[in-house]
Structures are given as structure tokens and as C-alpha cells.
Design a protein around this ligand. Structure first.
Ligand code: AMP
Length: 279
């Protein structure tokens, strides 16, 4: 399995293996190869940019990289799992003083990007004829340097755009870290095991275990509020007429759910992180 050796995706990729219980035996800064502690997986540490190529060529069976890099390299690999980190989007942007308001306003102009293939494909699909200037890094300073009129670059919070006096025109591509595998080894047992193990951690991170108490006569009001896919568990308490409700709820819903549960009669509300979840 190939893992990013540096850059933005390195730490969260290693943290995912750690949380999955399959972290490397010698997680040193400079090692290029390692074996996993509790699983028979050999790890190869390479740049995130190179992971799609290593997987496509069969040097490794699978790897973690950005979906934007898979698309930009036009790699022939299977995207097995979305990993929920490294989220960003490829956006077209111009200087805040520029008159352009949409991508089509960039016709006939120069656009700097580190993702020339995605950029060219999107422009061609939209029938926009613009000149693409491929640059490897620091795309956001190109308009100020006079190298280009606009950029197509990765954005996560938007603060880099703002700092450089740029204004977004449009999102071209949504990306996040993904687990990719060699085409044609779908039924491989090792791949299935890895997908289940990493997937269980990704699912767990997106959910919280919620517990609360409620009087039996208000139980229906409380359970009606739960954004739970499965059925909640209801357990009798020693105190007559009161039950405990246990449910798995999306982490993103917690903030809006708690006051509504309280208003519906729930008390002693507790939420706990979940370590693993296999649906
Ligand atoms: P690296 O160049 O090794 O730091 O990794 C870059 C990868 O991290 C990109 O290809 C994206 O998949 C991901 N990423 C997430 N957020 C951003 C961002 N704001 N800028 C650049 N890359 C990002």
C-alpha cells in the first residue's frame, strides 16, 4: 500500500492507519518502507502525486491520494473508498478587481493552473477557448506576477485566495483523500479486509453514540427527532416510567439535535465518540 510521505495528506493518512489499528511498525520520518503492526501489509511512502502511478502500474495494490490527483493524472485505477479528509475544491478565480463574473468570461485569456488536464477538459466541455499556463506551485501569485489573468487552483478554506486578492468564479471539481486500488482486483480478499477496516473508522468518525433518558409517555416525541438510519435501542431504567434511549446519530446533526431533544423531554443527554462502525 502506498501512503503519502509528505504534504497535506501525510498526517491524516497515518492517523487513519493508527485509528484502524494497522499503523507502521517503525513510523520514523525518513523511512521509505515499513510493515504494519497488526496486519500483513507492506507500506511504501511516496509523494501523493506519485501514488496513482504506483497503483496503476501494479508496484503496489492500493494507496491513499487525492481524488484531484487521480483525475489530473487520468489514472486507470479503482476509487475504492472516500476517506473524508483532504477535502478541497478546484476553483477558477480572478483578481478581485477583474470584471469577470463567470468561467465563460475567461475566454481568450490566460489561466495558470497546477491541474492543466482537469482545467482543459472543463473548458473544452463548456466550449471556452482560453490559454492554459501549467505551473507546479504557488499558482495564486500568477495574476500578480502578470503570468496569467486567472487561476484554477485547489481551495479548502478560501483564505489563500483572499490573502492574494483573488475572487472565486466557480467550483470545477470537488476532491478529498481516497483509497485507490489496482483495476481488476476487486474480489481480492486483502482488499476487502482493508476496505472494511478503514471504512469502519471513516463511518465511525462521522457519527456519535447518543444516550438520553426520557419518560415513557414522551418517548415517541424523542425518537421521532432522531436522525438515525437504524432503530434506536430503548432500555427500561430502575426508576419506573423512565427509559434510556441509545442511538447512533450523524456528528454534523448533534448541535441542532441537542436543544430539540431537551425540549422534547430528554434529560441526561450524553454523546460519545465511536471508534468503529460496520453498517
Ligand atoms: P501536497 O501537495 O502533498 O501537500 O498534497 C496536495 C493534495 O492535498 C492535493 O492534491 C489535494 O488532494 C489535497 N488538498 C487538500 N486541501 C488542499 C489545499 N487547500 N490546497 C492544496 N491541496 C489540498
Amino acid at each position: 500500500m502506498a501512503l503519502p510521505s509528505k504534504g497535506r495528506l501525510r498526517e491524516p493518512s497515518w492517523a487513519l492507519l493508527e485509528a484502524s489499528g494497522v499503523s507502521p511498525q517503525e513510523p520514523g520520518e525518513r523511512v521509505l518502507q515499513a510493515h504494519c503492526r497488526n496486519a500483513d501489509i507492506d507500506l511504501l511512502f511516496v509523494r501523493a502525486d506519485d501514488v496513482p502511478e504506483y497503483v496503476q502500474d501494479g508496484v503496489v495494490d492500493c494507496g491513499i491520494t487525492g481524488l484531484d490527483l487521480v483525475s489530473e493524472r487520468e489514472s486507470n485505477v479503482d476509487v475504492i473508498l472516500r476517506l473524508g479528509f483532504g477535502t478541497c475544491s478546484l476553483q477558477a478565480a480572478v483578481s478581485s478587481e477583474d470584471a469577470a463574473t463567470s468561467l465563460s468570461d475567461l475566454a481568450g485569456r490566460r489561466i495558470a493552473t497546477s491541474h492543466p488536464r482537469i482545467a482543459a477538459k472543463t473548458l473544452a466541455e463548456r466550449g471556452i477557448d482560453a490559454e492554459i499556463v501549467a505551473v507546479a506551485g504557488s499558482v495564486e501569485i500568477s495574476p500578480r506576477l502578470g503570468l496569467a489573468d486567472a487561476i484554477i487552483d485547489l481551495v479548502s478554506t478560501g483564505s489563500t485566495l483572499r490573502t492574494n486578492g483573488l475572487r472565486s468564479l466557480e467550483v470545477l471539481f470537488e476532491s478529498e483523500a481516497v483509497l485507490i486500488g489496482r483495476v481488476g482486483s476487486k474480489d481480492d480478499e486483502a482488499r476487502r479486509t482493508l476496505t472494511t477496516v478503514l471504512g469502519s473508522v471513516i463511518n465511525a468518525r462521522a457519527n456519535r453514540y447518543l444516550l438520553c433518558n426520557v419518560a415513557k409517555d414522551r418517548l415517541a416525541d424523542v425518537t421521532a427527532l432522531l436522525p438515525t438510519a437504524g432503530s434506536p435501542t430503548v432500555i427500561d431504567l430502575v426508576t419506573p416510567g423512565v427509559v434510556a434511549v441509545h442511538a447512533l446519530v450523524p456528528a454534523a446533526d448533534i448541535w441542532s439535535l441537542l436543544p430539540r431533544l431537551e425540549a422534547a423531554g430528554a434529560s441526561s443527554i450524553i454523546t460519545l465518540p465511536v471508534e468503529r462502525m460496520v453498517p
